[in-house]
Write a protein that binds this ligand. Structure first.
Ligand SMILES: [Zn+2]
Ligand SMILES: [Zn+2]
Length: 243
């Protein structure tokens, strides 16, 4: 389980790092959001914290797998059991619950009394990188690892949905921490784009601390009025750049 998680992290974060920072760095330079370059020892620290996080995620995965074998989870393996509509909807149900849990947990972790003990590790990467995707203090990794097994105990989820979800989760975290805006110009007004978090949105969170707390979607930030007022302007500026 640990090696699968580490492999997934290295494959996705590594591909993005290679493509955007090594293969064609000049092309994407003008789309970098936070202009401070990465700290010299940042990647080493991020890798260390990410490997510890991967261990915690693997443990949560192993416990869930045992519970599944013993029949305690709501997993199902025949799509016909709940039908295709539910099969696709279950992905959005899981995403919505995870988003809600993460948004409010994230707000709580920014409370001054909690921040320095748990969440500061993640924010040490003021300019995020693809390697920041899993770079959490173990306590934060534990809190983040709790929700998915909890969901799987109560909400029927097909294992294809779970596998897709786990890949999407890593992909989204890497895109959001890339610090290079890869979405197209005008995406902040697009029917789908305005609800999705991307590199500009999340880089602003890493540099300003007080806005943009969401995980995949912007709806909680919009509802709770925590979306950065400069986001759209910065997004338009960054997404129009390409050299
Ligand atoms: Zn934060
Ligand atoms: Zn982050």
């Amino acid at each position: 389980m640990f090696s699968v998680i580490v492999f997934r992290y290295f494959l996705i974060a590594g591909s993005f790092y290679f493509f955007f920072y090594m293969f064609s760095p000049e092309k994407w330079k003008t789309r970098r959001v936070n202009l401070h370059s990465h700290h010299s020892k940042q990647f080493k620290k991020e890798l260390k914290w990410s490997l510890i996080s991967a261990m915690i995620f693997a443990l949560a995965g192993a416990i869930t797998a045992v519970a599944w074998k013993k029949g305690y989870t709501a997993f199902y393996d025949e799509i016909s059991e709940y039908g295709w509509i539910y099969f696709f909807s279950s992905m959005f149900i899981v995403m919505f619950i995870h988003e809600t849990y993460y948004y409010w947990l994230h707000r709580a972790m920014h409370h001054p009394k909690i921040y320095k003990h748990i969440h500061k590790t993640h924010h040490d990467s003021v300019t995020p990188s693809p390697w920041t995707a899993f770079s959490f203090h173990p306590a934060e990794a534990f809190l983040e690892a709790l929700i998915l097994p909890l969901i799987l105990f109560f909400i029927p989820v097909h294992y294809y949905v779970l596998l897709t979800y786990l890949i999407l989760m890593t992909l989204s975290s890497v895109v959001n921490h890339l610090n290079i805006e890869i979405y197209p110009y005008g995406f902040e007004k697009h029917w789908l784009g305005k609800w999705l978090i991307g590199a500009t949105h999340h880089s602003l969170h890493h540099s300003q601390f007080r806005y943009n707390f969401g995980l995949y979607f912007t709806f909680w930030d919009k509802l709770a009025k925590t979306e950065c007022p400069d986001f759209k302007k910065l997004f338009r500026q960054k997404s129009s750049q390409i050299s």
